[in-house]
Design a protein around this ligand. Sequence first.
Ligand SMILES: [Cu+2]
Length: 460
Amino acid sequence: MRLTRRQAVGGMAATAFLPTLPARAAGPQTLTAQVSDMQLLPDEYGRTTIWGYDGTMPGPEIRVSKGGRVQREFINQLPQATSIHWHGVRIDNQMDGVSGLTQSAIAPNERFVYDFKVPDAGTYWFHAHNRSVEQVARGLYGALIVEETTPPDIDQEDVLILDDWLVDTATGQIDNDFDAMHDRSHAGRNGNFIATNGVGGFSKSAKQNERRRLRIINAANARIFELRLDGMEGWVLALDGMPLNKPEPFGDYLLLGPGQRADVFVDITAETGEVAHLVSMIDDRAFAQVRFNVTGEASKTRRSIPAPLESNSTPNVALQDAIQLDLTMEGGAMGRLRSASLDGKRESFRSLISKGQFWAFNGAVGRMENGPLAQLERGEHVRLKIRNDTVFPHAMHLHGMHFQEVSESGQLGPFRDTTLVFGNQTREIAFVADNPGKWLLHCHMLSHAASGMTTQIEVV
Ligand SMILES: [Cu+2]
């Protein structure tokens, strides 16, 4: 059935069908990055200038069905060149949006058509990938939701994009010292205003005994969110968009590093008149990240434990056939890095600092032009041992392919695209290099990525 424009705008039924319709017959829908402003902080601070997609923050939600196509004519109206990365999608390399690696940065007033298929259902997000440390901090991100073919049994769905904004409390504007040495050399740029979907103290109404699917996305530059549940019982059904084989009880807490996502199903157990919370622990204090105001009862009884989400067709690794790669992370404040190579030249740590560089992967300050960490044959099975020889945690993100964490006893964990490696910890990941192209592997603490923590893996 093809809808006329009038039907699409006018009818309720048509509105319900819209998400699965192709955007427009005439050409792709547009997505424009532009300077805008919003009421981010409490009213007395006035409006805050942000950079957003289509002038909003978060950007417009993009929602497609598994196997569907995302097509957007992207227009850059920012004062800076930019690009868009579709985080977590097993995508065609030319569409991955890494400026300087998979495409040239899109200059101000220029356009670029992003057009790709999404093979896997799950919770993803898109964000700027040129000078990310500034552009993501200014608000250039949005949710990309890929729906399962068989929808799960839920009452409500909440897309929750967590961020901590670094704002100057005197002006109410985003702190514009994006290259601060302290952020680069320590834990990254941590904010002073915690928000969900750009709202401080985000709240929704809910009903007792209803089941909600929380699609949680950590869009912060550097903050690791420690999440807890209050007034609800939950299960983790997917991490980084990828379903777990079996729903895991939420437990005491869930850590979500920058770039990571979790699909958490919750049953509201709080009673009418009470408030259930998604809690984040900030400096050991409980903070109401999201409030669910319970206004009634959805039913007298709760559902049984949720069934797993339908699986994606991510390839499993055969560890015994895998080649072994090693990546040692060094540098930062209080680290042991004495020298590293920068653009092929050995430099002292002091000299690196003078150039704003603080971190190295395998002895090289990670610049994309260093060449790949590894060149892999398509279909090759790989184990990558990541040794964190720094005192800070790092959120390592691999583009284009999903990996599994390997436990010390050699067990394969859930599929992920970003893994947290804590200070002085070693973590092994494994994946099948089945997606050809040049794939960035970097720390998603964006100040770290800007000061040495990037490399690439090439699949040929
Ligand atoms: Cu890092």
